[in-house]
Write a protein that binds this ligand. Structure first.
Ligand code: AMP
Length: 121
């Protein structure tokens, strides 16, 4: 797959507000936050979309959720609650084709978490 901006963040070619790093993953603050806390948790391995996750990636994808829970605990909003979401493809509005968990916290979050982008015909 072609390199995305997230690979540049992993390689420190562009700056980011990094809040967690380990062998498998990186987490940093979203540049356009949609909540008081808006983190992105990404695997260091570039995987374009959920559709590209293989059997061998199962542990890695689980690891991203473990990082989400750890950050929620460490940053003090685990008990208040938060949302973890991963967009896949055009209809979900995915814009960066390197899978990432959005972790949103710090206020009550509405549901459903979207507004229609296309008017009904
Ligand atoms: P998605 O629409 O699910 O693909 O989400 C991509 C997210 O990446 C958006 O919320 C963007 O605001 C965020 N984003 C794009 N470029 C950067 C960047 N350089 N640093 C931090 N977040 C970014």
């Amino acid at each position: 797959m072609s390199e995305t901006i997230f690979t540049k963040i992993i390689n420190r070619e562009i700056p980011a507000d990094i809040v967690h790093e380990d062998d498998l993953s990186l987490a940093f603050r979203d540049i356009n936050p949609q909540a008081p806390v808006h983190l992105l948790i990404i695997p260091k391995k570039p995987i374009a979309t959920i559709n590209d996750i293989t059997e061998g990636d199962r542990e890695l994808v689980g690891h991203l959720h473990w990082v989400a829970a750890k950050l929620a605990s460490d940053m003090g909003f685990a008990e208040d609650g938060y949302r973890v979401v991963m967009n896949c493809g055009e209809n979900a509005g995915q814009t960066v084709f390197h899978i990432h968990l959005h972790l949103l916290a710090g206020k009550p979050l509405g549901w459903p978490p979207y507004t229609d982008r296309m008017k009904q015909a």
